[in-house]
Structures are given as C-alpha cells and as structure tokens.
Design a protein around this ligand. Structure first.
Ligand SMILES: [Zn+2]
Length: 165
C-alpha cells in the first residue's frame, strides 16, 4: 500500500480490504484511494536494418542500453508522450507512432508499471544526438547489439524484431 495520507484532505488513511485487496481508505472523505500501475511509453525505431538504442545517463539502468521512452505527463496522450520522449532523448522528430504492444512490469525501482510500446517512424535521422536521460544514441544491427538493461525492453525488442524480419 503506497498511500499513508489522503491526497485530498491530508488525513491519515486506514487499511481496508476491498475486492480482495488491501486498499487505503480515507474516513473523512469516505473514499478509497486506489493504486494503479504507472503508465510509461517506449519507442521501437528502425533505420533500415538497424535499431535505435540509447545509453542511459541516469538511474535506473545508468550506463546501460535501453529503448527511448519515459513517463506520460498529466493531460498528455500516449502518442504525444512517446514523440516528446523520442525528441528529448534523441533529437529526432517522429512522423508517426504506431502502437505495437502493451505490457505490465513489476519494476524494482518504480513498482508496478504499464509499458505502452510504439513503433516510431522517423523521416530524417541526421539530427540524432543524445539529450535528457540519454548520453548516447546509436544504431545497432538487429543481430549485433547489446542486451538491453531493462528486461521488458529486451523482451519487447525481441518480439518486435521477430515480427519485422
Ligand atoms: Zn481525505
């Protein structure tokens, strides 16, 4: 249970069982404070027979290779979020984001997360350079690339490459 205090009134919450799960309940507001997975987005980007990966400059996964991506901001659509994240981390402007897969993952760092993956189409790869969480942007051969630092990224990439080839 994540909530210790009610986010509406600040009172200490109680633990109650609802729908077979332990929930945070605020007696004063008479509401259950539901906890849900955190929505995130990742991008699968190909350039010919290569895949774009970024090397992470911050934790979690600092120094490791990953798919570009991040959290969806408030009032932001998942498509806008992935195009923004790709631009921030690689300086590339996505032309289109095509939904690939949606998975759930129990992250040690963030707990329960929902990962929405997109194939992002790029017209112009010339401006590619790292930014934000990324310290390197590189295009790897499909069959000669580093293993990704996050297990769900690796699984998504493998699934995507199988579909592509
Ligand atoms: Zn309350």
């Amino acid at each position: 249970m994540k909530y210790l205090y009610c986010f509406k009134c600040g009172s200490k919450v109680e633990k109650i069982e609802v729908e077979h799960r332990e929930r945070a309940y605020c007696k004063k507001c008479d509401i259950i404070l539901y906890e849900n997975p955190i929505p995130t987005v990742v991008a699968l980007i190909r350039r010919g027979e290569k895949v774009l990966l970024i090397r992470r400059g911050i934790e979690p996964g600092k120094g490791g290779w990953a798919l570009p991506g991040g959290f969806i901001e408030m009032n932001e659509s998942p498509e806008s979020a992935i195009l923004r994240e790709v631009y921030e981390e690689t300086n590339l402007k996505g032309k289109e984001a095509k939904l690939f897969d949606v998975i759930h993952y129990n992250s040690v760092f963030y707990s329960s997360i929902l990962i929405i993956s997109y194939e992002v189409l790029i017209n112009d790869f010339e401006p590619a350079r790292p930014g934000d969480d990324a310290i390197e942007v590189h295009f790897f051969d499909f069959d000669d690339r580093p293993r990704l630092i996050f297990e769900p990224h690796e699984n998504l990439l493998q699934k995507w490459l199988k579909r592509e080839n």
